[in-house]
Design a protein around this ligand. Structure first.
Ligand code: KMH
Ligand code: ZN
Length: 309
């Protein structure tokens, strides 16, 4: 039997937990558009996109900032655009879901639980900062809660339901899988769901193989064969965990949002470099990478002609 194709998602911009300390991380409209297109050309069939203020690099949920790059991405590639609803740790769910609703995206993220989501240890690594807001934001993350209550999730799900958007259910720990199951049981989300196992965030489950197997076994128990899954791991674990997951039948997410590195201690030059690396590994290990249209079929997406940008 042919092995199922692997969908590569690239999270190009980041914003929630990615300071701009690597010059490779895009924050202007031009750079975001160029890196997104290059990532698609390298083999990413889904582009997970955040916006940033093009002057300050700060996280933005202003639809105008998305308009700086979305039409260009759409024109230059047929990749699926997945708009973040994570925004930043300090924004309300109402503000965070505005871009996905405004542009009736094919996909958007849906964070499946409230949690500590901290990157304050990063503050110790830098002496100088590119932008004024970054030190306080990074240092202060030990006092923030990434708020995604059941009420928030319900509000996001019901507001976005008329747009027929496929959710990337971001599950940062085993309990989030149970949250998703509960939300499905009360009718907020329909099978088959697409689950992103998020590993290695301080506040969530650690990025190791035992934990991946546990997440997968729990998802099997809760959702049977009515789900698709992918993995993202923060920092140095990004490519090693994606490699393992791809061998277990999972899809993979890479991108500068979750790791600024291409290998231990070496900064990545671009998003496309990370995509090319995981693509090479997946193909060397005997799987094929899904095209955007194959990703649409696997995930049952509404189609790139149904978005409003
Ligand atoms: N970077 C991930 C760990 C979102 O955009 O909604 C979190 C994320 C959340 O992707
Ligand atoms: Zn994101």
């Amino acid at each position: 039997m042919a092995r199922p194709k692997t969908i590569i998602t690239c999270a190009v911009t980041g914003a929630i937990h990615t300071p701009t300390m690597s010059d490779a991380l895009p924050y202007t409209y031009d750079d975001i558009a160029e890196q997104a297109v290059a990532a698609a050309e390298a083999g990413a069939s889904i582009l997970h996109l955040h916006a940033r203020d093009p002057e300050t690099g700060a996280p933005s949920v202003d639809p105008e900032d998305f308009m700086g790059f979305l039409p260009r991405v759409k024109q230059a590639t047929d990749a699926v655009v997945n708009i973040s609803t994570g925004g930043s740790l300090t924004l309300s769910i109402q503000d965070r879901i505005k871009p996905a609703a405004t542009f009736s995206a094919e996909m958007c993220s849906m964070n499946m639980g409230s949690m500590n989501f901290s990157f304050h240890p990063l503050a110790k690594r830098f002496e100088t900062w590119k932008f004024d807001w970054e030190r306080d934001y990074v240092e202060g993350s030990d006092g923030n809660i990434f708020r995604n209550t059941f009420r928030d999730i319900e509000e996001a799900a019901t507001t976005l339901a008329p747009h027929d958007i496929k959710f990337e259910h971001e599950c940062y720990d085993v309990g989030h899988l149970y949250n998703l199951k509960f939300c499905m049981d009360i009718g907020l989300f329909k099978a088959p769901v697409f689950i992103q196992f998020v590993m290695g965030i301080l506040g969530g489950i650690g990025a190791d193989i035992d934990n991946l197997v546990f997440m997968k076994k729990t998802a099997d128990k809760l959702f049977g064969d009515t789900y698709r899954w992918s993995i993202l791991s923060a920092g140095a674990a990004q490519i090693p965990m994606a490699t393992t997951a791809s061998q277990m039948g999972g899809h993979v997410r890479v991108g500068l949002e979750d790791s600024l590195f291409i290998s231990r201690g070496t900064l990545a030059e671009s998003n496309a470099q990370q995509v090319a690396k995981i693509r090479r590994i997946v193909e060397d290990l005997g799987s094929e990478v899904a095209t955007p249209d194959e990703a649409r079929e696997i995930l049952d997406l509404k189609g790139g002609d149904k978005v409003t940008f």
